[in-house]
Design a binder for this molecule. Structure first.
Ligand code: NOJ
Length: 674
């Protein structure tokens, strides 16, 4: 059929606009074919990395916005500024791009003429990636824009390998990352990381996901991918009134995996901080009444093994105070855990504590010791029930000085419970437009009470922490809890996959630092003890839980010192090396001192990767406190505990050669010599 976009010969395309990144690394061309279909491509250093890929929409209440387009206007502008993060992987972020605006309007059908239907596609072209979004004008007849399909494509120009997780399956993105030829993947969640035949790495994702359905990425044919919007159960995927912009569709593009991680593309594409002074948001480490529950030593619900008792929480507060942790997480403090909460959540009270948990007294006790309780709101995915109590729940915490809350949305795919217009509830997807609205609402409402949020089973991170810096962290992947009860537990290459996939989206509450290396029923971690320490540097989060129970930390005081020392807020971050799914080394500079920290982790393979220390300040001597795998260390046997701790004096001119054991890691603290 002539109208088939795919079949259109290249000569028929007309380039209507183009622009290159500030350093001429990436360039974008926008084309319109004789059928008026709109498409773009991306070149890196002159070589195509994204072939001609179409742009447009199918609408549920109007003819499709795909084809019959004519160029109305175009423009190019430059932007270069540097902004400061209240907390993050680096303090200052440069936002340097060239913007290309392409305004098109439809030009055939009578109805379209009357409606003057059009779109503007805005590209921001950086040296390390491209983002684009659609701007919808208000519809002249005032009608909603009801989007049934987004037709955005990403035609990867070479055979590629993908690291992906399926979309629409487990809420909260908790599948194992799979490696496959790109042409063999199914419908993926993002970030979706691919390595092209020539070594170029691309990570597809989105930025500023607000009041819109999450973008899944479906393999259409060959190397061609297409946006697929998370479905709504009540109508089209997206319904919007008035003028609006879609989230940004993003592609980080780099020579190697390290380059992907170093990009700030999605943060840059988000709106600046809307909360003003956020000095009340405190990056910090915490411990909690938590791992014992996952080990089944204690329970969330009341009873003989209740974990969140006043006495047990006091014990954790004392432990936190002694060891410099700011927070103590208490799960199972509130009424409602007796029911099958993962399939309902309607019984949870977010204001009533179990009788054996004295919330006001514990909060006072904690603050006297310089510690804060971290609140917990497990909703069981029952948004309807939670939203009814949310305000009272935040108010209670704010009154008691509980300034951060971990929220949870455990439920099965497609069964999040949303409030219906006429009362009652309906079920839907957690990453649908209404799910997205709820997650943002939970964070912005918390901000009104100066409460920071750490969302578990969250919608994916799209850089909204820039706009709402109280969205401190989230889970959004398989955390360490899977090593307690997972079947299978997290594989040995889990972290080295996460760093270059999930972690490109933002912080993760990974709950590292289980030095005992054992879960429930004697399940064993695929990790050496050194790797547990390295994870504090490698897996970024401004709030980090040292997950193990105090009794276990008492067994390993020397290793525990690193956990006590390591900060969670950074002035700078450098990825020294890495390969997706194989290994990675990251160095980060403490925000509050001149210390640097380094973490390196490997998959099941032992390796020695040269570590040039050029990130240290020239001319200074540093004491390096090195926590490395012992010579016999191996995640597959009892030698997983072999940890060597040694000190060396080093300078920026040195290159360290340290062997990582199979399943191993390396953690180093560098302090300027006094
Ligand atoms: C799953 C969360 O990831 C975990 O951290 C929490 O303990 C349980 N849900 C209960 O809320």
């Amino acid at each position: 059929m002539f109208s088939s976009y795919i079949a259109m010969p290249a000569w028929a395309q007309q380039v209507v606009a183009s622009a290159a990144s500030p350093g001429n690394v990436l360039s974008v061309e926008v084309q319109i074919d004789p059928m008026g279909k709109l498409a773009y491509d991306v070149k890196r250093k002159g070589k195509e990395v994204i072939g001609l890929s179409r742009l447009g929409f199918n609408l549920a209440n109007a003819p499709k916005l795909d084809g019959n387009f004519k160029l109305v206007n175009k423009g190019v502008s430059d932007h270069d500024d540097t902004w400061e993060q209240p907390w993050g992987e680096r303090r200052y972020v440069r936002n340097h791009y060239r913007e290309l605006r392409v305004e098109v309007a439809q030009d055939t059908a009578e109805q379209s003429k009357r409606l003057k239907r059009g779109l503007t596609v805005v590209f921001r072209i950086y040296d390390d990636g491209v983002g684009f979004r659609y701007e919808f004008p208000a519809q002249p007849d005032g009608r909603d824009v009801a989007i049934s399909d987004e037709l955005t494509e990403f035609a990867v120009a070479q055979p590629a390998t993908a690291w992906w997780i399926p979309a629409g399956e487990l809420p909260g993105l908790e599948e194992l990352v799979q490696k496959a030829p790109l042409k063999e993947i199914g419908t993926a969640n993002s970030p979706l990381t691919v390595r092209l035949e020539d070594g170029t790495h691309i990570a597809f994702h989105e930025a500023a996901l607000v009041d819109y359905a999450s973008m899944w990425i479906r393999k259409v044919e060959g190397q061609k991918l297409r946006a697929q919007l998370a479905p709504s159960t009540t109508g089209p995927s997206v319904v919007r009134k008035g003028s609006f912009t879609t989230p940004w569709r993003t592609m980080r593009i780099a020579d190697d995996a390290a380059g992907l991680y170093m990009s700030d593309l999605e943060l840059n594409l988000n709106e600046p901080n809307k909360l003003g002074d956020v000095s009340w948001v405190k990056p910090s480490k915490f411990v909690g009444v938590w791992w014992g529950m996952h080990l089944q030593q204690t329970t969330w619900n009341a009873g003989p093994k209740h974990g969140a008792t006043t006495a047990n929480t006091e014990r954790y507060i004392d432990f936190a105070a002694r060891n410099g942790f700011r927070g103590v997480l208490v799960e199972g403090w509130n009424k409602g855990w007796e029911s099958d909460w993962g399939h309902g959540g309607a019984d949870f009270s977010f204001t009533q504590a179990y009788p054996d948990f004295d919330l006001p007294a514990l909060s006072t006790y904690a603050q006297q010791k310089g510690v804060r309780l971290i609140g917990h709101h497990e909703t069981g995915g029952n948004v309807a029930a939670y939203e009814k109590q949310m305000d009272a729940a935040y108010k209670l915490y704010a009154q008691l000085g509980v300034d951060s809350v971990k929220s949870g949305y455990v439920h099965e795919a497609g069964t999040m419970q949303f409030p219906s217009a006429g009362g009652g509830i309906h079920y839907g997807n957690y990453d649908s437009q209404e799910g997205v609205r709820h997650f943002v609402k939970a964070v912005t409402e918390a901000a009104r009470y100066k409460i920071a949020v750490d969302t578990h089973e969250p919608v994916k991170d799209t850089g909204l922490r820039r706009t709402y810096p109280n969205w401190l962290s989230r889970e959004g992947a398989r955390g360490v809890e899977y090593n307690a009860w997972g079947n299978p537990v997290n594989p040995v290459d889990h972290e080295v996959k996460l760093v270059f996939t999930r972690m490109l989206s933002g912080p993760m509450d990974y709950t590292p630092g289980v030095l005992s290396l054992v879960g429930a029923d004697n399940k064993v971690f695929n990790s050496t003890q050194a790797k547990q320490l390295a994870n504090f540097v490698v897996i970024y989060s401004p709030i980090v839980m040292a997950a193990d129970i105090p009794e276990n930390y008492a067994k390993y005081p020397a290793a525990f010192k690193f956990i006590r020392d390591v900060p969670t807020d950074w002035a700078d971050t450098r990825v020294l090396n890495g390969a997706v799914g194989e290994y990675v080394t990251i160095a980060r500079k403490d925000r509050k001192s001149d210390d640097w920290y380094l973490g390196a982790v490997t998959d099941g393979q032992a390796r020695t990767v040269p570590l040039p220390l050029a990130f240290l300040e020239q001319g200074k001597q540093y004491v390096a406190e090195i926590y490395r795998d012992g010579d016999a260390a191996d995640y597959r046997n009892a030698h997983r505990f072999d940890l060597v701790i040694e000190k060396k004096t080093v300078t920026a001119g040195d290159t360290l050669q340290v062997r990582l054991a199979p399943g191993g890691g390396l953690a180093i603290r560098f302090s300027p010599q006094k």
